[in-house]
Design a protein around this ligand. Structure first.
Ligand code: RIB
Length: 313
C-alpha cells in the first residue's frame, strides 16, 4: 500500500447543470442544483484512497457545517485527517461550478480557510508522519506551503507530484523539486508561454518544462490523451498515452482522478507510462459520472474497465 501525503484544498462544490455556461452579463435558467464534496486536494486524496493507497491529508477547513461534512466524508474514505486544521476565522472553501450539456465546466473558487494553511502546519504534519512515498499537491493553498512541503519531501526522499492547478507562474527553484508535473493544456501554456494546438506544440512545451527543472512531465490533453515527457532536457523522450473514449457527463475532477491514480500506480512501483495508463482509465471513468468526489472510481471499477477495454495494468 503506497503511503501518500496530499497537501491541498478542500471545497464544498455548489453545482448547477446548465445547457450552456452563461456569458458575462447573461442570466440563464434551466439548471438542476446539487452540492458535492470537492476541492482539488481532497479529490486527489479520495481518488488515491479509493484505488488502494494509504492517504493522509494536510489542509484547513472552517469551523462551519461544510467543514464538518468534509472532514466526515474524508474519514469515511479511510483518509487520515489528523492534519486537517479547523480555522475559527475563515469559512470552508466553496466552489461555484457550472456544468454544460457537453460536460465542460467553469469553476469559481472562494478559497476561505484553504488559503490560510501555514508552513508551520505543513512542517508539524510531516514531523508526525512515519513514512511518505509520494507527496501530491495542487495549487489551491499558499505557494509558501507548497514550497515547504516539497523541500521536506526532498529531505525525506519522497517523490513529489505537482498538479499546477489553478494555473500560476512558478519559479525554477520550485520546479527543480518536482519529480512529476501534471498540467493540463492551459496550465502548460501558462507555465511555458507556448500555445498548444497540436502534438508537436505539446512536445515542445513538455521539453521546456524539463529545461525549467522538473524531472518529468505528464501533460493531460483531454480527449487527446496525455503526453509523457522524461529523460534529459537535451534529449527528452516522449510517449503518447491514449485516452479512453467514453460518453462525457461531467469533466469536473477528471484531472484529480488522474493525479490520484498516477500517485497510486507510481507508489505501487509501476513505470511512469504504466501509471499514466492506469490514471487515464481512472479519469475516463470519472467523466462518465456527475460531481467531483462522487465521480471518482474504486479500484475494482478501474480494473474491470481496463479488462473490458483490453488495457493492461
Ligand atoms: O478539480 C475540480 C475541483 O476544482 C472542484 O472540486 C472544485 O472544488 C475546485 O477546487
Amino acid at each position: 500500500m503506497p503511503n501518500i501525503l496530499v497537501v491541498g484544498s478542500l471545497n464544498m462544490d455548489l453545482v448547477v447543470q446548465m445547457p450552456a455556461i452563461p456569458r458575462p452579463g447573461e442570466t440563464l435558467l434551466g439548471g438542476r442544483f446539487a452540492s458535492f464534496p470537492g476541492g482539488k486536494g481532497a479529490n486527489q486524496a479520495v481518488a488515491a484512497a479509493r484505488l488502494g493507497s494509504h492517504v493522509s491529508m494536510v489542509g484547513r477547513v472552517g469551523g462551519d457545517p461544510f467543514g464538518e461534512q468534509m472532514l466526515q466524508i474524508l474519514t469515511e474514505e479511510g483518509i487520515d485527517t489528523r492534519f486537517i486544521g479547523i480555522d475559527p476565522q475563515n469559512a470552508t472553501g466553496v466552489a461555484l461550478i457550472t456544468v454544460d450539456a457537453q460536460g465542460q465546466n467553469s469553476i469559481s473558487v472562494a478559497s476561505g480557510a484553504n488559503y490560510h494553511l501555514t508552513v508551520e502546519e505543513v512542517r508539524q504534519a510531516w514531523e508526525q508522519m512515519l513514512e511518505v512515498d509520494l507527496l501530491v499537491m495542487p495549487l489551491e493553498t499558499p505557494i509558501a506551503t507548497i514550497r515547504a512541503a516539497a523541500q521536506i519531501a526532498k529531505e525525506r526522499r519522497a517523490r513529489v507530484i505537482l498538479n499546477p492547478a489553478p494555473a500560476q507562474d512558478l519559479d525554477e527553484s520550485l520546479l527543480r523539486m518536482i519529480d512529476v508535473i501534471v498540467p493540463n493544456e492551459s496550465e502548460t501554456e501558462r507555465l511555458t508561454g507556448r500555445t498548444i494546438k497540436n502534438q508537436e506544440d505539446a512536445c515542445q512545451a513538455g521539453a521546456e518544462l524539463l529545461k525549467r527543472g522538473v524531472s518529468s512531465a505528464l501533460l493531460t490533453l483531454g480527449e487527446r490523451g496525455a503526453l509523457l515527457v522524461e529523460g534529459s532536457s537535451e534529449k527528452p523522450v516522449f510517449e503518447h498515452i491514449p485516452a479512453f473514449p467514453v460518453p462525457v457527463v461531467d469533466t469536473t475532477a477528471a484531472g484529480d482522478s488522474f493525479v490520484g491514480a498516477l500517485a497510486t500506480g507510481l507508489g505501487e512501483g509501476l513505470s511512469l507510462a504504466s501509471a499514466a495508463h492506469f490514471a487515464s482509465a481512472a479519469a475516463a471513468l470519472s467523466v462518465t459520472r456527475p460531481g467531483a468526489q462522487p465521480s471518482l472510481p474504486y479500484r475494482s471499477e478501474v480494473e474491470q474497465f481496463l479488462r473490458e477495454k483490453g488495457g493492461m495494468l
